[in-house]
Design a protein around this ligand. Structure first.
Ligand code: PMP
Length: 317
């Protein structure tokens, strides 16, 4: 099911200052638009009962964002602190009343004709939208299809960073899966091993062990993936990073995908085969632990959240 169309929140950070979202625009000749020379992030802010927003793993997201920008030689306007401060400031200005999603975006703003990452010019923006359940409606097990499209290889476009142009690969796979009546695609890499879903990393459970492809398998270096592995440690669940064969998807006890938008989303069926254990005990434990962490109910993981108090700063500017 496609992500619901969202209303963007009122303000964006653009060109070093906060402007109305409608004013955060670029030229049609921008290299980013012409050739996909852009990098982006996706970060969640969780709304707390007291009105504050807890931003999940802000530093880790901007660390990957900076590395992605480096892959395309895109100059950022400042260091990690700058990027994080801009995001916190924007949160205060937008004062979201629900869970929200941040889209930081950096791009080649140059208007040169030819496709080269060597062109100068880098621009940075971050904007926000409200976001509930990515897959729409009530949480339920996903129906997935192994895609006929392969995950883009590191020898072509690095999948480990969030590179704008590479998302043609995700978009084309997602569309095929949805047209065929599924929720999403599972993509194999060029070696025929399982890589990931169109916008989420993938885990399987076999005989009590949590397994996910390693970061040299043409997958995005997902922040939620890394977090789930750490949460599994909290719960004493053994974790292994290794290649996964397609046929293991069909005989796995449990399968789930995870990502900032997807969170921890159990998979019910793959290619119309039901996944082994319908009660999904390990996925359920991880999901509940993840939910408790993002809601600020796990003191030992409180450092994963950047708390932004909205009310306290009203009138500050
Ligand atoms: N893989 C792809 C291709 C993605 O687009 C995403 C979403 N960012 C993920 C995995 C999950 O990454 P993260 O947990 O950092 O959001």
């Amino acid at each position: 099911m496609p992500m619901a169309v969202n209303q963007f929140l009122e303000y964006a950070h653009f060109g070093g200052k906060i402007v109305p979202f409608a004013e955060a625009n670029v030229s049609v000749a921008t290299l980013a638009l012409q050739y996909g020379l852009s990098v982006f992030g996706g970060i969640r802010g969780y709304h707390a009962d007291d009105g504050s927003i807890n931003i999940f793993r802000l530093r880790e997201h901007f660390t990957r964002f900076s590395r992605s920008a480096g892959l395309l030689k895109i100059a950022l306007p400042g260091d990690l602190e700058y990027l994080m401060d801009a995001t916190v400031e924007l949160t205060r200005r937008n004062a979201p009343g629900s869970d929200c999603y941040y889209r930081p975006f950096a791009f080649k703003s140059d208007l040169s004709l030819g496709p080269s990452i060597g062109h100068p010019g880098g621009a940075f923006t971050v904007y926000m939208l409200p976001l509930g359940n990515y897959f729409g409606g009530e949480p339920r097990g996903l129906r997935m299809q192994v895609s006929s499209w392969r995950r883009v290889a590191d020898t072509q476009i690095p999948a480990r960073g969030k590179i704008g142009g590479a998302y043609v690969n995700s978009a084309i796979a997602k569309d095929e899966a949805v047209i065929n009546g599924y929720d999403d695609a599972i993509m194999l890499n060029e070696l025929g091993k399982v890589a990931e879903a169109s916008a989420a990393n993938l885990f399987i459970v076999r005989d009590g062990v949590l397994i996910t492809p390693g970061i040299t398998s043409d997958v995005l270096e997902g922040i939620t993936r890394r977090s789930v592995m750490e949460l599994a440690e909290d719960l004493g669940i053994p974790v292994k990073e290794r290649d996964i064969d397609r046929s293991e998807l069909y005989i796995a006890d449990e399968v789930f995908v995870c990502g900032t938008a997807a969170q921890v989303a159990p998979v019910d069926q793959i290619d119309q085969r039901h996944i082994g254990d319908p009660t999904q005990p390990i996925t359920t434990r991880l999901r509940e632990h993840f939910e408790a962490v993002v809601r600020g109910r796990v003191p030992s993981r409180a450092d994963w959240l950047t708390r932004v108090e909205i009310g306290a700063l009203v009138g500050a500017d």
